[in-house]
Write a protein that binds this ligand. Structure first.
Ligand code: RTP
Ligand code: MG
Length: 140
């Protein structure tokens, strides 16, 4: 399988509970390398644009509000099949359905405050990485 990059976000519920290091350890143990990382506070405009695909969903307003409530950590993860591997270690969207050992099973508070975001395809990964990072900020 090819080396890929994917966009990861440690969400406000994770930064608030000081879980950045514990979650990064799960990525690194799974063979994902953190090749870019920064802590930022999303604006309403940024969060709204990032989640524009969910604009018609009933949870959109609440999702944007929660994503802008406190800082997030945005990251680029690199590794063999990184997009699917990250989705695997994240676990199901709803922590009640997430497999044992996954980040959401270990740490998520609820279906919305579910600790991490990960790109869902290689195509979206490229778009989402470019949303947050210049090429010069990514250092493999
Ligand atoms: P993500 O995009 O954050 O990696 O999560 P995902 O693919 O597993 O889930 P997605 O369907 O793309 O939903 C994006 C985020 O919206 C929140 N959500 N809330 N209240 C609800 O029913 C609900 N459903 C989804 C979650 O924070 C989810 O991660
Ligand atoms: Mg998604």
């Amino acid at each position: 399988m090819a080396t890929e990059r994917t966009l990861s976000i440690l969400k406000p519920d994770a930064t608030r509970r000081n879980l950045t290091g514990k979650i990064n350890a799960v990525f690194e143990e799974a063979g994902l390398r953190i090749v870019a990382q920064k802590r930022i506070k999303l604006s309403d405009e940024q969060a709204g644009a990032f989640y524009a695909v969910h604009k018609e969903r009933p949870f959109y307003g609440s999702l944007v509000a929660s994503m802008t409530s406190e800082p997030v950590v945005v990251q680029v993860l690199e590794g063999e099949g990184a997009v699917a591997k990250n989705r695997e270690v994240m676990g199901a969207t709803n922590p009640a359905q997430a497999a044992d050992g996954t980040i959401r099973k270990l740490f998520a508070e609820s279906i919305e405050a579910n600790s991490v975001h990960g790109s869902d395809s290689l195509e979206n990964a490229a778009i989402e990485i470019a949303f947050f990072f210049a090429q010069t900020e990514i250092l493999p």
